[in-house]
Structure formats: C-alpha cells, structure tokens
Design a protein around this ligand. Structure first.
Ligand SMILES: [Zn+2]
Ligand SMILES: [Zn+2]
Length: 282
C-alpha cells in the first residue's frame, strides 16, 4: 500500500507541472487572443474577418471542452516524456555545456520544420474516410473557428498529435528551453490559425520571400472548405502536393465574403444552436 501511494505521489509530482503547462498554454494563448480580438475589433480587426458566418456560443463551448480534454491528454504524454528522459530513452538537457546556443537554435528550427511535415501528413491521413469520424470529426465541427478551437480534437487525434514530440526526442537531443520555445510557437501559431480574422499582412499572398508562411486565411479555408490547406505553419507541403486552396492567395489579398463586421464580434450568432458542420469526409 505504501509503495502504491509513493508511486501515486511521484506520478502527481511529475504530472502536475505538465498539466499546468499544457492546459495553461492553451488557456493563455486562446484566451489572450480572444481578448485581443475583443479589444481591437472596432480598431481594424473587424474589417479583417474572413468568413461572413459567425460562430455560436455552443461552438465555443464545444471547442473549449474538447481542448481542455486534449490538454489533459498532452500532459499525460508529458509524463511519459519525463519518465523517458529520467531513464535515458530521451535526451533533454538543461545546460549550455552539452551543446551551445547555435545547436539550440538549429534544433528549434528543425523541430518546427519536422512538426509541419508530421502535421501535414497525419492530417491528410485523418481525412481518409475510414479514419475521419474517429480522429478528426470534432475538429471540423468548427466550420467558423475561434481561437478556442486550437486543441478541439477527438481523443485519437489528440494522441496522434502528442506522439510527435516523443518520436522526435528518440532521435534528436533537445535543450529544455528549445522544447519550451517549440511548445510556445506551436500554440501561438495554432490559435492564430483559428482566429477567424486575418492576423498576417496581406502582402504574404504575393511575397516571394515570405509567401511560404501560413496566414490565418490558410487554415480558415481548411475549416470552411474542408478539402484544401492541410499544412500548419508553412505552405510548402500544400503547394508541393497540389492541395493549396485555389482561392487562397486571392482571399488573402483582401477579397472578402464578409461585409464590414464592426461592432458585431464577439457577440456570437443568435440562438447559440450547435452547428454540426461537415458531417463526414465523404
Ligand atoms: Zn482537417
Ligand atoms: Zn483547425
């Protein structure tokens, strides 16, 4: 009995900071962006709304509940990563003697590029008609996403997403700070992709040097049109595989279906009825 309660105590000791980090970064990033949208809506952001449609209260509630569940699942994977690191399976180091700042910077860029590829291909896999309803349906119930949709995953999708970091750590040693910055980058870019208003400069549409960076319109079109734009941070996989939405660049340049929405957000769609969105992958 003593051994069991000791094990439980040490589990909690590892789990609680992971839980705080994983749920905390979602709450801070999604809540922070929602607050920014509210504060600056009438100062320019309202004019950058992408869709004419508005999300409902039920949409936001569903997004938050599913995302909190994902945060808990991510934190359990985090426990596995800490255990793995303690037993030498993963190499996570805290100092700058093991490797310098240059290695930290290169490994950070590399993990972001690799994660974008992992996201693109697992995302396309989850759109397979046989897998969609189990893996990815919850995420696509948000046809007009809000920042709170960032982690709105079915359980299998959350587990698939959480597998990336331990897989990466099997092969690549990471500084603790590098991992932290990667997690921060991931959640910030994720909530930006679900903002519902274009947060990036419209010049990205035609930029020779920066056109490979995903604008909010990129992922928003994935939610509204379902069949294009599977990438997370960068446009290159979609361009290479021919899955970039044909109207992406034009929409990003400023073509809008939405009339000026000044004063309307975040007063959500009336009624608050759940909107079922895309019912299946077929
Ligand atoms: Zn999808
Ligand atoms: Zn999404």
């Amino acid at each position: 009995m003593q051994a069991f309660s000791d094990a439980l105590a040490s589990f909690w000791q590892i789990w609680s900071p992971n839980l705080t980090m994983d749920v905390g970064r979602y709450v801070i990033a999604a809540g922070g962006l929602a607050l920014i949208l509210k504060l600056f809506w009438n100062f320019g952001l309202g004019r950058r709304k992408i869709q004419a449609r508005f999300p409902s209260h039920a949409d936001v509630r569903r997004e938050i509940l599913a995302s909190l569940r994902t945060g808990v699942l991510f934190s359990l994977t985090g426990v596995g990563i800490v255990f793995g690191a303690m037993h030498g399976v993963f190499s996570i180091y805290p100092d700058f003697e093991t490797a310098g700042v240059l290695y930290l910077a290169i490994s950070l860029v590399a993990i972001i590029v690799a994660h974008d590829a992992y996201f693109y291909w697992t995302h396309r896999l989850m759109h397979h008609p046989r897998l969609f309803r189990y893996f990815h349906r919850t995420h696509h119930r948000s046809v007009t996403p809000t920042p709170f949709a960032a982690y709105a995953f079915d359980v299998p999708e959350a587990l698939l997403m959480s597998l990336f970091t331990p897989l990466w750590l099997l092969f690549v040693p990471m500084h603790v700070l590098g991992l932290f910055l990667f997690m921060a980058f991931m959640i910030v870019r994720n909530v930006m992709g679900h903002a519902g208003v274009e947060l990036m400069p419209r010049a990205l549409a035609d930029s020779r040097w920066f056109g490979w960076i995903n604008a909010t319109t990129h992922h928003d079109l994935h939610h509204s049109s379902f069949h294009y734009n599977y990438g997370l941070y960068f446009t290159w996989w979609d361009r290479l595989m021919g899955t970039e939405h044909p109207a992406y660049r034009e929409k990003l340049r400023g073509f809008r279906e939405a009339p000026d929405a000044i004063g309307q957000y975040p007063s959500l769609a009336p009624g608050g009825a759940a909107i079922s969105g895309v019912a299946s992958a077929e």
